[in-house]
Design a protein around this ligand. Sequence first.
Ligand code: KG4
Ligand code: ZN
Length: 342
Amino acid sequence: MTEENDVLILAIESSCDETAAAVVKNGREVLSNVISSQIALHTLYGGVVPELASRKHIEKINQVIEEALNKAGVGLEDITAIGVTYGPGLVGALLVGVAEAKAISYAKKLPLIGVHHIEGHISANYIENRELEPPFLCLVVSGGHTHLVKVLDYGKYEILGKTRDDAAGEAFDKVARAIGLGYPGGPKIEQAARGGNPEAISFPQAKVRDHPYDFSFSGVKSAVLNYINGCKMKNIPIVPEDIAASFQKAVVDVLVGHAIHAAKETGLRKLAIAGGVASNGVLREEMRSACEKRGIAFYHPSPVLCTDNAAMIGTAAYYEYRAGTRHGWDLNAVPNLRLGER
Ligand code: KG4
Ligand code: ZN
């Protein structure tokens, strides 16, 4: 049931390899969340092929939006505003969503709200945690980003630390490829790790000296590659499960360590995680137990709201809408958009 003063956002997400649309009511109620994944397509190439991603988005986007409206039981005439991811991401992929959002907004005379993809990931936490309000800390760990963020208010962020090189998800993807697990690496490493020993191999921790909130994952990735080469040279059989479990532990320990350290230093008693890697069961459990020990409230979205989706973009767009954000006909895709920029 929708009422006259309800704010209904139609949200569109196409920044990487998911074509997604959702209808979100009053910020936190997801009426529909449709995701068309391109995983099967990109698996053939061992990773996302940008041009193929754009082509697939253009093929799917109208159907995905139609399905999102149908599932929500609403039409375009019921929609209050259009929210769309306009960066960061793959430029050709972003352009498909942005052009589509602009076309609908133009045809239906609806306000247009460009959303930062990371703001979307962070906002995914509001959907199932109705009581969660800023300020809180959020660790954003995805295929393209690893950010430790202080969420000061809706739409207001302070970045405490980020990765100096690879993102956490990117490291999972590269290590998975190296041990022959395929794409996307995160879920495959997690699955393989269940049968392995996390103490089998000691990989370096992804820390940056004198910068307690920054991350560096290229060292641990190289250590895995060196380990594999060393085994090959010495004719020692590799055990992918042990590599997966030991690598996962090295990454999770640092993510948990940094986040807890930031909670202590800032005095914030609420800690959330977001992004594709936040669906990792070991990360969730380790973070939960570290928070519990210290009396910190821990929040995380369901796995389907951790990886790319449009519901999170709808939630972020709602708070931007309330804050008065409106984009014009000149909205463009910004592949390297920084958090907090308009
Ligand atoms: O948030 P997302 O869908 O896309 C970006 O914005 O990048 O994140 C995708 C990333 C990929 O690198 C994928 O390997 C990783 O999240 N990922 C995981 C898991 N599920 C997805 N990493 C670790 N464990 C998982 N279960
Ligand atoms: Zn993402």
